[in-house]
Write a protein that binds this ligand. Sequence first.
Ligand code: ZN
Length: 316
Amino acid sequence: MTWKQNGIRHDTKNNRVRLSKGANHKEHPRAWEYILVEYETRPGVEVENLQQVRAVYDQAKERWELHLVCKDEIETPDAPGNETAGIDLGISNFAAVAYSTEDADLYPGNRLKQDGYYFPKEIAKCDDSGGDRATRLHHKWSERRTHFFHSLAKHIVERCVEKGVGRINVGDLAGVRENENGESKNWGKHGNLDLHGWAFDGFTSILEYKAKVAGIEVVEVSERDTSKTCCVCGKEDDSQRVERGLYVCEECDAAFNADVNGAENIRLDINDESNSESAPSLGGDRSTGWLAQPGVYLHDLSRGFQPRTEVVDCKP
Ligand SMILES: [Zn+2]
């Protein structure tokens, strides 16, 4: 149930909201009947520009909650710089990010995957009489996913600010959901990860918001051929091999991380014809080592994203 502005009286001095009852809930349709709500906020938090009030039932906590929706206008800061970053979203790595500074970050999405195995198994164990438990598990799973998306978006935006990025290119979601023939990608093998199109949609809108607050624009660009084109020489070939996460280019005689290759192509926006300057050209003299060795970030519940460090066994 949602109250719009004309059903809400907000008393900001006394921290009260008066909600009018719908005509069908009143003795007489024109009677003055209200629900009076008093709220408390954390110190330093003020409720203003109230737009909507929503009554939401929290299954896990078994109680009704009122959500106050406020409009908060923020001033968008200047962009941290003029560089462009590219993000490739996918299954084996949730996100790969390529920067113009010739380095790349990889987010395998370890926690999403662990949850993707754990929760369905636990939910399957619930019998019919345990329906509540199944509901709670679904709820917890989705909360954890949302939390992951928020921390991932935050981490990527922080990296972009460090690197003077003013624009983030993200592969358009049609490419994530469908292959070149317009068929949906085969989710069968990874279906239990529950990483369908809506998960990418959800992540992209969180990223857009967090980037905007930092003055960075997020642009969806075409993902067509970004996984089968070599980002160094521009060779596009169906026979280019992608094996165990490696993109192998015969022209360059090199192997790159396949998702970083995709992210770099998205960064360069290879499908934008007007943008020939940045398109990869044959015989480029760019260094390629970074394409094979991205920084890998794993998510840890207490510490957030941490670079994966090689464990060196130093026995005497
Ligand atoms: Zn190549």
